[in-house]
Design a protein around this ligand. Structure first.
Ligand code: ADP
Ligand code: ZN
Length: 219
């Protein structure tokens, strides 16, 4: 099964993708995480992407498509993937169809987590994650059970993203509105699109996603 999660930054795609990974045996492929890893490792891709990411813009389609192509060839993606933060442009959506088709596979669902922009700025401004395992937290909405200790791995170091500053967040929301939201009709035409309310609680959204993914896919 292959699933695309769409929706504005901060809408909960990453959190939901991590939850579905375990429950459905799928691999989360987050182009944002891959790019941040490339930046941290100082690769050529990382060097090209850094300035664009810090400004809240979109990294070029060529770079993104090559990254996904390479990743899909690895063994852990064989039983399917949850694409998180990809595709973000029409060219990427078409490329994904080609990449899956060339591996004898296809997309089963495109799911939009709809969200309200003002709430997103608040959500993003307070978020951080565990440095060791990547578990996500929030200053107001999702604190660890014990202050300063990761619920998932017991780690005590946390990190915030460079691009989670309010001005950059607004640029990212605009990139979503102008470049990514226009691909929703592409999936709607293929009857692949489901829209969910991303403003519901994390658990409610997870419940709705699970119900959807448990239903047999009609083709
Ligand atoms: P969010 O969904 O919270 O904005 P991501 O982690 O998905 O964050 O992406 C962070 C940044 O990485 C984006 O603002 C963009 O610069 C870059 N990026 C990630 N995925 C893509 C993509 N598919 N196409 C172009 N740029 C991307
Ligand atoms: Zn942790």
């Amino acid at each position: 099964m292959n699933i695309v999660l769409l929706g504005p930054p901060g809408g909960g795609k990453g959190t939901q993708a991590k939850r579905l990974e375990d429950r459905f045996g799928l691999k989360q492929l987050s182009t944002g995480d891959m790019l941040r890893a490339a930046v941290a490792a100082g690769t050529d891709t990382g060097k090209k992407a850094k300035a664009v990411m810090d400004a809240g813009g979109l990294v070029s389609d060529d770079i993104i498509i090559a990254m996904i192509d390479e990743r899909l060839s690895q063994a852990d993606c064989r039983s399917g993937a949850i694409f998180d933060g990809f595709p973000r442009t029409a060219a990427q959506a078409e490329a994904l169809d080609r990449l899956l088709a060339s591996r004898g596979s296809r997309l089963d669902h495109a799911i939009e987590l709809k969200a309200d922009e003002e709430v997103l700025v608040q959500r993003i401004a307070g978020r951080y994650s565990c440095k060791r395992c990547g578990a996500g937290y929030h200053d107001h909405f999702q604190r660890p059970k014990t202050d300063g200790v990761c619920d998932a791995c017991g780690g005590s170091e946390f990190v915030r993203r460079d691009d989670d500053k309010p001005d950059t967040v607004r640029a990212r929301l605009e990139a979503y509105r102008l470049q990514t939201a226009p691909i929703l009709p592409y999936y709607e035409r293929q009857a692949l699109l489901t829209r969910l309310d991303g403003m519901a609680t994390m658990d409610e959204v997870t419940g709705q996603l699970e119900a959807l993914l448990r239903k047999p896919v009609k083709r």
